[in-house]
Design a protein around this ligand. Structure first.
Ligand code: TRP
Length: 451
């Protein structure tokens, strides 16, 4: 089996694929609205602290597990723990979480694809204010045919790439899409900053008002760091399993984390100057991009084209994330049950589509069907993002820091990164053994509403 495992064609291929997983709706849709609701620059500062103290060390640990064993999450934990059922279950929880996240994430990804089509059709041309855009969003997402069709289409696009395999599918797609994404964002940032009145938006992003910061804000920043880096369910572990032992994990991890963070912040600069130039409120919540951006583009020369570009960009960012989620569960089934990758990709894609139907229907007919007081969409989002991811993250940190142990893990990390020793290695071991588990525990408890 080992000899047949695919590997990334190049170092940059791995970095772009992993960064593609990390960069997604979390950066472009969620990060800006969290910044808008939580005090602008002050939130960004907290976010950066979380990314550096928790994100980076756990990204390294997760890639390390995958690269060392070259297996799926379950197989990796099984091998490194010598068959300990608890750690096997931790791997299983990761795969299960992948199913859940993909099922509802794909619904939002489908909306962004739907918005590409609406933009091409010119549906936003005549809208004059965010309320009108909000109503349009409402009327589209409340049509089951519309939501389910794009949910299905997006899943088909995801399956096609996974079907093609690691180098021909994921790596090739990421190599084309990631630079295009970055280029398109920069175009939109420059366009936004040049608008009259955009300066207020720039100031909003640069002036930190720490009086707006509470314990809850800190938790939100930590949770967002987690979700945005694709941490805690074995996505990076799986991508790491295709990595050559000659590659430098630390170098790659730093690049992935830096790219993800850079694109989130750029997304802020893409959206807020335009929002302020339009005299709109920054604290719009989750509807920020869907309600405001279509309108913002109406005030921009060439807005018709820029709007299409933007939603293509959003769909591409979502696609490099959905493929990472489908890859985790596909590798799991292929490795563990020795089935054909192509068949597995199609069957799992169909299964995840079905699993996502209740989440999609939460916006179009099943609004009143709730589980523990939440719609299906909110429930699945809550248990996977706020409970299972932090739980998985703690276990990854504890596994590498204590159970497998730094002394055994470090030599594997130093393969391809010989200079990672001394102070840097000590720093990483402190972060992974103490700082990360404790901070993640805090997110977990706040997610449950205990603190
Ligand atoms: N990080 C992606 C985003 O920001 C979403 C994502 C992809 C993800 N794979 C993941 C989140 C695995 C958690 C776990 O949009």
């Amino acid at each position: 089996m080992d000899g047949k495992r695919e590997q990334w064609g190049s170092r940059i291929g791995f970095i772009l694929a992993a960064a593609g997983s990390a960069v997604g709706l979390g950066n472009i849709w969620k990060f800006p609205y969290l910044v808008g609701e939580n005090g602008g620059a002050a939130f960004i500062v907290l976010y950066l602290i979380c990314v550096i103290l928790v994100g980076l060390p756990v990204v390294i640990a997760e890639i390390l597990i995958g690269r060392t064993v070259q297996k799926n999450p379950v197989g990796s934990f099984r091998e490194l723990s010598k068959g300990n059922p608890f750690w096997i279950a931790v791997g299983g929880l990761g795969v299960f979480t992948g199913f859940l996240i993909l099922s509802y994430y794909n619904v939002i990804a489908g909306w962004s694809l739907g918005y590409v089509i609406e933009s091409i059709k010119g549906s936003f041309h005549k809208l004059e204010n965010p309320e009108a855009a909000g109503q349009l969003f409402e009327s589209l997402s409340s049509k089951p045919q519309w939501t389910l069709m794009f949910h299905g289409l997006f899943m088909i696009m995801t399956v096609i790439i996974i079907y093609a395999g690691v180098t021909k599918g994921i790596e090739r797609a990421s190599k084309i899409m990631m630079p295009a994404l970055l280029g398109l964002i920069i175009v939109l940032v420059i366009r936004g900053i040049m608008l009259k009145g955009a300066g207020d938006g720039v100031r909003y992003l640069l002036k930190a008002d720490f009086s707006a910061i509470t314990g809850k804000t800190f938790m939100l920043a930590l949770g967002q760091a987690f979700f945005s880096l694709s941490l805690g369910m074995g996505a990076l572990l799986t991508y790491g399993s295709y990595m050559s032992k000659k590659e430098n994990i630390v170098y790659s991890a730093v690049n992935i984390v830096a790219l993800d963070t850079f694109i989130a912040i750029l997304a802020g600069f893409m959206i807020f100057p335009a929002v302020f130039a339009m005299g709109l409120e920054p604290a719009q919540g989750p509807s920020l991009i869907f309600n405001i951006l279509p309108i913002v583009f109406n005030s921009i020369p060439g807005g018709y084209v820029f709007r299409i570009i933007f939603f293509i960009l959003l769909s591409m960012a979502a696609l490099t994330s959905t493929i990472s989620l489908l890859e985790v569960i596909t590798t799991f089934v292929v490795d563990e049950f020795h089935l054909k990758r192509k068949t597995v990709a199609i069957v799992l894609g169909g299964f995840v589509f079905l699993l996502g139907i209740p989440s999609a229907m939460s916006f179009c007919g099943w609004e009143n069907f709730t589980i523990f007081g939440r719609t299906c969409f909110n429930f699945v989002d809550f248990i996977s993002a706020n409970i299972f991811l932090p739980l998985g993250g703690i276990f990854i940190a504890l596994f590498v820091g204590w159970f497998w142990g730094i002394r055994k893990a470090l030599p594997h990390l130093q393969q391809g990164a010989a200079s990672f020793s001394g102070f840097l290695a000590l720093l990483w071991s402190i972060l992974i053994r103490f700082v990360a588990p404790i901070l993640i525990l805090l997110i977990f408890l706040s997610g449950l509403g205990i603190i």
